[in-house]
Design a protein around this ligand. Structure first.
Ligand code: ADP
Length: 634
């Protein structure tokens, strides 16, 4: 890996780290920050006194980079080099270099506030400005003061405004690693296309026919678009094949792809073959795909945005920022001079695109983060004044406090309660943690654990969490087994019933296949359930309801206790039926009118009566406002 730009700066980097507790490193995507820095520090002996921890905002990146570093060092993954993401810990006593998601490091700091295990903490990909990285920046700043003599902190970024972070860390040094980037010609469209999928398709085919070899990287907004474009591309390429002088491979790339599919993008194209890589913004900076010469940029990204005054998330396809557009273009110049086809006019770039992406902390619900900060018991910290690189609005902090108050996590004075403290220890969102605790009290912990575990894999198991998908699959199943439908009580009950049926079928793999459920997903759920049970056992210190050990409890009292527990956990997310509007009103959020999301089992009124009261996980506004993941409580 000697050819990676960062390696040429090894001495300079190590010397600066030696002399300073915090160093910011700015380097072009692909310069080797994620894979090389940890190895340099390891070579210099920093792993003698502790572990080198490297945080990644994305699970995919943590796994992929750890795998790469293990390969480069010629060691087995999980031994000297390992990774830890939520519910999946591939580390051991031997581990010296540990890649982990920023969320996992935050969680570790709860049981070990000084993170003494670590001699070095690298906050990687800080430019992504994920919510958890932003919180870590604030925490690490405190930590450096406490552990100045034996902790080194590196903050790396592809684009981040180095001066700003340096100021945040009292003027720490900023090292710039000049990247080896070839010039990229930018080609703009005359106007915005009606469909960016069609336009991307046409542009890709034109490149394939007219341009010399080199891979094409196409940025799409999400998995659905990617799948559509991949299948259209495959069809067009098949039709071309006859007269074409080059073969082609299409490769999707997004966060929910199974690992064995993700690594395919790292294998170079065979000779005389062009790769079409269709990716989300994961390929902007998180994963470096080599061999790309052409980039097609739709100019859009899918972004979640939380509105604290309505409690509503919107999942919008929005315009990217200028920084993102330039990152995307840069992907074309790593191998040789490249071209970037922007499917929008230059005026749009100049006048409409914002300069930098809004950090996640300013567009998320902060209940989980505030609960975490409260549970740290930092004596001098008023949450409203926590040292953030970019502070969230007071509205969203107040909203978080209100949410936490409604589920008993904080008291009238805003202090964390013992319930809140326990909630923070569970690796789940606060409402779900609260549900588990209540379930432990009222005798349905076993069921609640199953629901929580199923929710962790829900989207992989039921794509789009669509009951219709199950219907479709069911029709093609020869040995027809009817998957449960929640008995008119909603999504949580359906998830529980599915797992219980699997349990009754002795966790049979064939049963999953017959029912159109991913085997890997179901095995993951089983493992998560076991882990959650262990965490609960530890937290409850002996007071765990023994029934949690039972393999399953039949649906006694129509799952009444479980629904009660959900009602306590989601007391801040309650909907009441409004017959005249054929929908629900949100209690607590200004009585907004909302519908049950079409992906819910509750949208089919097979049982003849929609429930009077429901709890939901989140409000999401797409074509109209919806409640998602819904359970009847009455
Ligand atoms: P940066 O963090 O500066 O963006 P990386 O360290 O992630 O750079 O990447 C450096 C090089 O290592 C790139 O050429 C990239 O393609 C390669 N690489 C990273 N992860 C893997 C992997 N899992 N398999 C193969 N190559 C990889």
């Amino acid at each position: 890996m000697a050819s990676l730009p960062i390696v040429q700066f090894e001495e300079k980097i190590l010397q600066t780290v030696e002399e300073n507790p915090v160093v910011v490193i700015i380097g072009e995507t692909g310069s080797g920050k994620s894979t090389q820095l940890s190895q340099m520090l390891h070579r210099r002996g920093y792993t003698k006194s502790g572990i080198i921890g490297v945080t990644q905002p994305r699970r995919v990146a943590a796994v992929s980079v750890a795998r790469r570093v293990a390969q480069e060092l010629g060691v087995r993954l999980g031994e000297e080099v390992g990774y830890a993401i939520r519910f999946e810990d591939r580390t051991s006593d031997l581990t010296r270099i540990k890649y982990l998601t920023d969320g996992v490091l935050l969680r570790e700091s709860l049981s070990n506030p000084e993170l003494n295990e670590y001699s070095v903490i690298i906050l990687d990909e800080a430019h992504e400005r994920s919510l958890n990285t932003d919180i870590l920046l604030g925490l690490v700043k405190r930590l450096v003061k406490m552990r100045a003599s034996n902790l080194k902190v590196l903050i790396t970024s592809a684009t981040l405004d180095g001066e700003k972070v340096s100021e945040f860390f009292s003027g720490c040094p900023v090292l710039n690693v000049p990247g080896k980037l070839y010039p990229v010609e930018i080609l703009y469209s005359k106007e915005r296309p009606k469909s960016y999928i069609e336009s991307s398709l046409q542009t890709a085919i034109d490149i394939h026919i007219h341009e010399p070899e080199g891979d094409i990287l196409i940025f799409m907004t999400g998995q659905d678009d990617i799948e559509k474009l991949v299948s259209k591309l495959e069809e067009r390429v098949r039709n071309l094949e006859e007269g074409s002088c080059m073969d082609a491979i299409t490769l999707p790339l997004h966060g929910s792809l199974p690992p064995e599919m993700q690594v395919r993008v790292f294998a170079p194209a065979p000779p005389n073959c062009r790769r079409f890589i269709v990716a989300t913004n994961i390929a902007e900076t998180s994963l470096t795909v080599d061999g790309v010469v052409y980039v097609i940029d739709s100019g859009y990204v899918k972004q979640r945005q939380y509105n604290p005054s309505t409690g509503m998330y919107s999942l919008d396809v929005v315009q990217i920022s200028k920084v993102q557009a330039n990152q995307r273009a840069g992907r074309a110049g790593r191998t040789r001079p490249g071209k970037c086809y922007r499917l929008y006019p230059s005026m749009v770039y100049e006048d409409d695109f914002i300069d930098v992406t809004v950090p996640e902390i300013q567009r998320s619900s902060l209940a989980g983060s505030v609960l975490y900060l409260k549970s740290l018991d930092l004596p001098d910290i008023d949450i409203l004044k926590f040292d953030f690189l970019d502070p969230p609005s007071n509205d969203s902090l107040e909203d978080a406090l209100k949410q936490l108050y409604l589920i008993d996590a904080i008291d009238d004075n805003g202090s964390i309660t013992s319930v809140g403290r326990t909630m923070a220890e569970l690796p789940l969102e606060p409402s779900l943690s609260r549900t588990l605790m209540e379930a432990n009290e009222n005798g349905c912990l076993s069921q609640a654990l199953t629901v929580a575990a199923m929710l962790s894999a829900e989207t992989t198991l039921l794509p789009g969490r669509s009951s219709r998908n199950i219907e479709k699959k069911r029709k093609h199943t020869p040995n027809e087994v009817h998957l449960p439908d929640g008995s008119g009580l909603g999504d949580h009950i359906q998830l529980l019933q599915i797992y219980e049926q699997w349990d009754q079928n002795d966790y049979d793999i064939g049963w999953c296949k017959d029912n159109g459920l991913q085997v890997r997903g179901m095995l993951f759920v089983k493992d998560v359930r076991k882990q959650l049970c262990q965490i609960m056992q530890k937290i409850a210190k002996g007071s765990l309801d023994v029934r949690a050990d039972k393999r399953y409890i039949k649906g006694q009292q129509e799952y009444r206790n479980l629904r009660k527990a959900l009602c306590v956990g989601y007391a801040n997310k309650l909907g009441q039926r409004s017959i005249q509007h054929n929908g629900y009103r949100t209690i607590g959020f200004n009585y907004q009118l909302v519908q049950v999301h079409p992906s819910s089992v509750l949208t089919t009124d097979e049982y003849g009566m929609f429930p009077e009261y429901v709890v939901y996980h989140e409000l999401i506004s797409t074509s109209r406002p919806y409640m998602r993941t819904v359970c009847a409580v009455e």
